[in-house]
Design a binder for this molecule. Sequence first.
Ligand code: COA
Length: 259
Amino acid sequence: MNLKYIKFKIEDGVGRIQFNRPEKLNAVNPDVLKELETAVELCEGNDDIRVVVLTGNEKAFVAGADIESMAKGDIRNAYKLTDLTLRVQERLADSPKPTIASIAGYALGAGCELALCCDFRIAADNAMLGLPEITLGIIPGGGGTQRLPRLVNPGAAARMILLGEMIKAQEAKDIGLVDKVVPLDQLENETQQWVAKLMTKPALAVRAAKTAMRKGLSTSLKEGLQIEQDLFCMLFGTEDQKEGMAAFMEKRKAVFKGK
Ligand code: COA
């Protein structure tokens, strides 16, 4: 696959998507977004991939949308860019596989928003997260005003969105924006541990749980409960449900096959 701004590999059941535009701190322009979309699609369609991991480099996960390419834009261009951004982000957020953002350095603007589309965010202690768009005279345009307040308390979200303040990894952990903070040299290992844990889980149940949580967040409680019930019952048609319950009764560890 010929990708310029993204490195993509499949390794031991993991789809590894690495932003690779280091000279611009991995800032995303339409070309980067299209490559990301290709990689996300590949992860979705490849049965060998059980978990998807997004990373950058030690200095930046993604330092935002490319300001240079946005600077001269007009309203029409802004719609074009956000249509693409939202399409790619939704694809990522809707991924049937669990997704992990493994963040070192800057995760700003679109970088923070991409991390918000993942199921888990693991940060190195040098990570800086923020939605600084307000300082550029705009607002987050890739879901930041919607996903952040759904994840953290509204005051913390307002501070990041209205003031554009960047926060360090530990504070991001304190407000619930990241799930774990580790020293930079342990980020890869910590991410791998989360991957390994996810790999032991029944893939169809993980998918169902993710769907229930995601759909439930954008619907009424009544409808959400119905979605949960249907998915719960569906899982009784899987081999993994039989295995999980048999293993419990036989006092052994379940071995799931994703069937
Ligand atoms: N868009 C375009 N280019 C960006 C970028 C972005 N979002 N973020 C960083 N870059 C570029 C810089 O312009 C610079 O390019 P140059 O060497 O050709 O001049 C290069 O990446 C390195 O960045 P630099 O600013 O020199 O690094 P720094 O360590 O001094 O500062 C940041 C790092 C992240 C604080 C700073 O780059 C920054 O504020 N970036 C913009 C963040 C932002 O507002 N994101 C939201 C956009 S909507």
